[in-house]
Ligand binder design. Sequence first.
Ligand code: FES
Length: 224
Amino acid sequence: MISKNKQPSVPDNDRLSAIENSISNLEQKFEAIENGYTNVLNVTKSLAEKIGALKDVLSDKINANEERSSTHEVSQPQVILAPVEVKSKQYEPKIVGFLCNWCSYAGADKAGSAQIPYPTNVRIVKVMCSGRIDPEFILKAFQEGADGVMILACHPGDCHYKEGNYRAAQRYQMLKKLLNQYGIEQDRCYFDYVSAGEGEKFVRLITETVAKVKSLGPLKVLVE
Ligand code: FES
């Protein structure tokens, strides 16, 4: 046991110095821990501030979206009254087609069976032979409002009545002169040959004649 007045011996001094060093080391460690704790606190505080800023940004965006959607719900569909362009009815000529029963009419039938589309301007009159078509029929058709007339016959040599199509061709030449006297354009009357197997030719002739008469416009001479 060491008395109060007694000076510590050398070994005791060493032990005391060692204890002081240990205490000093512990103090340094505590100081380091304290510094680390302070750093952690600062980092945590910084993170909290950033999270707060992010929450504010998100909150603003959510509010903006809600405001936009509520505006969308409230808004009513707009009825825009725009002027409607009224298109004038396009002129569609009326064509009367005199077709021989044995060839041209069968050709038209073939076009129909093959479902080949063609203008609906033509109204067909079936005759047993083109030789039966009197020029008076043509004039009557024009008088009744036709804008064009077609005469379609069997090919030369195919007429069932031998000469009917030849006569029809001769009458057509005379008829054109007659039309001139009435002030009717010759292009309003068309003559051609179409066989029973020429459905496509029938469609082509119809289409061309409709286009030609359409370019001439309505026939007014006999109407006025
Ligand atoms: S039978 Fe067709 S033109 Fe005479």
